[in-house]
Design a protein around this ligand. Structure first.
Ligand code: URA
Length: 200
């Protein structure tokens, strides 16, 4: 068993926070161990909890379409979330839930070593850029410790707010070019104090 498979099993048995009590399934994440791109969403919703797989509901269908628009399938990328269990009623993740799951996401990133991490929505963005506003920094890549971080709006935001759809589609369309340039991209200057980096 690979280290990632071992980690995935460990996540599937986690009882580190109270969310384990209400879940149907843990949603550790899925995709190839050597994926060049990792997408990080927020938290499992109803359908993800039912199936134990990330992004399988309406937002997931939109993510699939977005991937297809740049010639990718979900089998080619790694998809996970900041927290691995569904919060009741799909409420926002609490700080202690994010902290409880943090070591899992850290280890997933260490093992997969993606060239690019696409953060979907403000919770995964906040792990890299805690004080940034998504409306200010979406679509702006930054290379930090060898990984290109690329913040995007959450696909569900575009479903609820149709005016964002075009923005999400345009941000997505830049991914192939950014990935091709990832090795040559310069490391970013340290983020401004207002956008302090908390290491992924
Ligand atoms: N929204 C997320 O952030 N993650 C999922 O897995 C599904 C919907």
């Amino acid at each position: 068993m690979s280290e990632l498979e071992t980690l995935t099993k460990e996540i599937a048995q986690c009882t580190n926070c109270h969310l384990n009590k209400g879940r149907t399934n843990v949603v550790p994440g899925e995709g190839p161990e050597n994926a060049e791109i990792m997408f990080i969403g927020e938290a499992p919703g109803f359908h993800e909890d039912q199936q134990g797989r990330p992004f399988v509901g309406a937002a997931g269908r939109f993510l699939d379409e977005l991937l297809e628009s740049i010639g990718l399938t979900r089998e080619q990328v790694y998809i996970t979330n900041v927290i691995k269990c569904r919060p009741p009623g799909n409420r926002d993740p609490l700080p202690e839930e994010i902290e409880a799951c943090r070591p899992f996401l850290d280890r997933q990133i260490e093992l997969i070593k993606p060239k690019m991490i696409v953060t979907l929505g403000r919770f995964s963005m906040a792990r890299a850029f805690p004080n940034a506003r998504i409306s200010h920094i979406h679509g702006q890549p930054r290379k930090i410790n060898g990984i290109v971080y690329y913040p995007m709006y959450h696909p569900a935001a575009a479903l609820h707010q149709p005016s964002l759809r075009r923005t999400v589609e345009e941000d997505m369309r830049r991914i192939p070019e950014l990935l091709a340039q990832a090795d040559q991209m310069e490391e970013s200057a340290p983020p401004a104090a207002a956008e302090q980096l908390s290491l992924f």
